[in-house]
Design a protein around this ligand. Sequence first.
Ligand code: LLP
Length: 479
Amino acid sequence: MTLPAARPGASPLAPAWLRVPEDPNALAAGVWSRNAVRAASGELELAGVPASALAAEFGTPLYVVDEADVRARAAETRAAFDAAMRGIGTTARVYYAGKAFLCTEVVRWIAEAGLGIDVASEGELAVALAGGADPARIGVHGNNKSGRQIARAVEAGVGAIVIDSAIEVERVAAAAARAGRVQPVRLRINSGVHASTHEYLATAREDQKFGVATTDAPGIVAAIRALPGLAFLGLHSHIGSQIFETQGFAEAARRLLALHARLLADGPVPELNLGGGFGIAYTVADDPMPISAIAEGMAAALAEAAADLGVALPAIAVEPGRSIVGPAGTTLYTVGTVKPVTVAVPDGAAADEAATAVRKYVSVDGGMSDNVRPALYGADYSARIASRASGDHPALARVVGMHCESGDVVARDEYLPMDVGPGDLLAVPATGAYGWAMASNYNWVPRPPVVAVRDGAARIIVRGETIDDLLARDPGVRP
Ligand code: LLP
């Protein structure tokens, strides 16, 4: 038996979470950047710039960042945590986790919104400084920071270095002594709380590389306090990414505050950093909490734990990355080929008469080199035709890239208009975090540029690479 190749209605190949859209041109609420609209012409417009104009000027694939959206999310995050922590009698500091996407322009947007920046490598530190970030508002992470990274951070006068192992205490102290500075430090704790998208686990100690065990922390803090070149700021915990509920944060807050209370016996502990990880919507299946609800949930857990322990609340810090830049990014691609592939329906009819259905493979001019998340994490994304509105019915599609690998998926399951075809521009929303940041040159594919759009204008904020740029790194190229 063969099911109709293309028909309105749910495909038996579609996952349960994927709804058949009423209109396969519609931009699902909450998934697209705030200034994305389908214009009267039928085209997708990003902050007033038509997709076709972006593609004509900058080519595809192209990362497009909605500047006003990033700025607004940064400001809203700060306002939400300020309000929530004020409500429990303390203060909040928000750091933007630069690993999600960093360039000097983003550094400026973040600084203007009043956030600090978190860096996780020597390169990220260099970008933050090159973008004019106030060193006092930079936090430095890493489970294996290089000597040079530590030295540069100390010399620059960063506000905090997050110590991740006992070995690092001496290293940071030595760098501080060489620079003649007192370096403020946090200590990262492996709290045993791990939250992922829809669940959280709490164990004595999570089986991963970051942080130190709760039981080891008092000894390490004593060592920090004994060194005149170090100033102990407090504890740090980051429990995971793309988290949708406050349970995990609440558990981490309770555990960290209990340890914090013990450390108060021997000296001041001015702050507590609870990390980032706030989830965003990649598809209609994701339902992230508003940032104010996350902040309120964290504040409630902190207030309760502080009351139970009988301690005053320290200043609270958080460091989200994805929730600030992720939803503001859109990637534009050009469709090259389309191919109907007949597939057996899982759990279909009797084995001797297996049901089949058609999945439309839509190949675009980028893929796992500009967004590795589907291949690396099995992450789901959405897609829409950007260059026009179609009057055709929705059909189940799989948007795939141009790389030599079957796992090279851009949007695993999505309904696109049946007539999607070569030359159409395709837009993938929510690519602002960990897209460009994790891009590669797989198959010698140059990394695309990043363009910021705002009020009808577009400008490059990270130049794209050319094949000549890549060849320039190969010393064997013949003239
Ligand atoms: N703080 C620390 C210490 C972190 O390790 C991270 C993320 C963050 C903050 C920011 O987390 P966010 O708010 O962006 O979720 N590449 C993965 C995510 C790995 C994140 C690693 N650390 C992805 O594409 O989903």
